[in-house]
Design a binder for this molecule. Structure first.
Ligand code: ZN
Length: 504
């Protein structure tokens, strides 16, 4: 094959990938509209329209022409590092997308749909038995999925790899065991110390419009989310999406009697958005043009939400502006009081409401149960009892019913097994990255005055710009000089909460 012909193959492949990316963006925009703007009655046809777009996207990407262009481009070899990365990631995506027979994909989608409806009813009635057969079906299909995709050691590796490329089950097991051993005693100590704090301040009135204005002001000034490339809207379940690195959409929801929900939620989604904004424009409209994994993504959102937004220095810097926006909340309070209130540690049954110390135990519990189910050591019928036992062991509470226990999350109904660990991996990585950035004394000094511009630039250079060019493991090693571990997070929790709760 001549160079000219092959160069054309790469150019043609890129054009095709651009088209796939554009269809994906169009589908994403339809979905964003559905969650934020669309009139309720439009749902039925919108669902069909989105399915058509998704089908078209899948056909274009997995079709013979893509296969032929990819092979031709591979034969010639890449002329640049970016092209080499593009070919490698495209090959990975293509092989995965074409390993599943169409009939299997259809069965999967239908089973997940049915399971989702069953879960909604089961949760409303707190009736696990209603959900059990659907969960069993999802689980059976998940096992088949792992066999079709393939794995070296553990079928769970195949699931994990969809969300955290390259991460192995054995590695997660090891990191989680270490984290559990070193933070469960801390949680027990905090609970034993008793908490005399007054948290009534969190439920004082703060009008939605003022919450919006304050949270966006911080998102812009502290975290760099400018209105020229972003929007904030309201949705039932907050999320971030984007249609290019310069078209970022985040959503939130407001509770006028509980301001932390929208404030920290908005800053969380801002972290996700700024990651996408930092991806190199050279990768635009290709499979490389988004974050490397869910875990790396979550490290960015958690950093803004918790490590910065829930820091003492942040509240010292922003208390006066907060007081101006929320005079009822701030009356008789100071920065230290708000700092302590928003960092309350309170073991509770619900994952999404969990504080920094207890959150990871909710994840470990789910990870361990998923493994037991996949390995066949635990049956679906025994799942609620196993859930409750682990809840008691880790959190010290037993759910009064399955709605507040095993039925609380949407993930398993949607077939998302292997997804939960990425939340904790993101938490661990957030601190490991922040520690690495703070090795630079100027970044540390600026961060300590709640000036996060130098930190953001460090994140852009060390994490964001690569998009999917590097695996999560390569990003962590490159940015921090070490593999991911629980060390930094364990130290962070002990220092922060040892101080707040007067331990040691
Ligand atoms: Zn997130």
């Amino acid at each position: 094959m001549t160079t000219t012909a092959s160069s054309t193959a790469l150019a043609d492949l890129k054009r095709r990938l651009n088209l796939v990316s554009d269809l994906s963006a169009a589908g994403g925009l339809m979905n964003w509209d559905q969650e934020t703007q669309m009139p309720k009655d439009a749902a039925r046809v919108r669902g069909l329209q989105m399915a058509s777009l998704a089908g078209l996207q899948h056909e274009l990407f997995t079709g013979d022409e893509t296969k032929n262009l990819l092979e031709a481009a591979e034969q010639q070899g890449a002329q640049s590092e970016i092209d080499a990365d593009l070919l490698r990631v495209t090959r990975r995506d293509f092989d995965k997308a074409t390993k599943l027979p169409t009939a299997f994909v259809e069965e999967l989608v239908q089973a997940q749909n049915e399971a989702h409806h069953a879960w909604i009813k089961a949760r409303a009635d707190s009736d696990f038995a209603h959900f059990a057969p659907f969960l069993q079906h999802n689980l059976d299909l998940t096992r088949r999925y792992a066999e079709l995709i393939g794995y070296d050691e553990h079928p769970y590796d195949a699931l994990l790899d969809d969300y955290e490329p390259g991460m192995k089950t054995a590695q997660v097991r090891e990191i989680f065991a270490d984290l559990r051993e070193r933070t469960l005693p801390l949680l027990k100590k905090i609970v034993a110390a008793g908490d005399a704090g007054d948290y009534g301040v969190l439920s004082r009135p703060f009008p939605a419009a003022a919450q919006r204005e304050f949270s966006l002001k911080v998102a812009e000034e502290a975290f760099g989310l400018l209105p020229s490339f972003s929007r904030l809207d309201i949705s039932a379940h907050p999320f971030q999406t984007n249609f290019s690195a310069d078209d970022l959409r985040i959503t939130t929801r407001f509770d006028e009697q509980y301001f932390p929900m929208s404030l920290f939620g908005t800053w969380h989604e801002t972290g996700h958005a700024m990651y996408e904004h930092g991806v190199s424009r050279e990768l635009e409209r290709t499979p490389l043009s988004r974050g490397a994994s869910l875990g790396v993504h979550e490290s960015q959102s958690r950093m803004f939400e918790n490590l910065l937004g829930r820091s003492r220095t942040f509240w010292r810097r922003y208390f006066d502006e907060f007081a101006e926006a929320a005079p009822d909340v701030a009356a008789g309070q100071d920065a230290e009081a708000i700092y302590r209130a928003v960092n309350r540690v309170e073991p509770s049954l619900i994952r999404v409401e969990a504080d920094e110390v207890t959150y990871n135990f909710h994840i470990m519990l789910r990870f361990e149960l998923e493994l037991s189910l996949m390995e066949g050591q635990l049956t679906v019928a025994d799942l609620p009892a196993a859930w409750n036992a682990k809840m008691q062991e880790y959190i010290g509470l037993t759910p009064p019913n399955d709605a507040e226990g095993v039925l609380q999350d949407v993930h398993w109904s949607a077939g998302l097994i292997g997804y939960f660990p990425t939340y904790t991996l993101g938490n661990l990585l957030s601190v490991q990255l922040l520690d690495a950035a703070r090795q630079d004394s100027q970044i540390a000094a600026a961060t300590d005055r709640a000036d996060y511009a130098p930190l953001r630039e460090w994140l852009r250079v060390n994490v964001h710009q690569y998009g999917r060019r590097r695996t999560p493991g390569q990003i962590v090693e490159g940015a921090t000089g070490q593999a991911l571990s629980a060390d930094a997070y364990v130290k962070y929790l002990h220092e922060k909460y040892g101080d707040i709760y007067g331990l040691e």
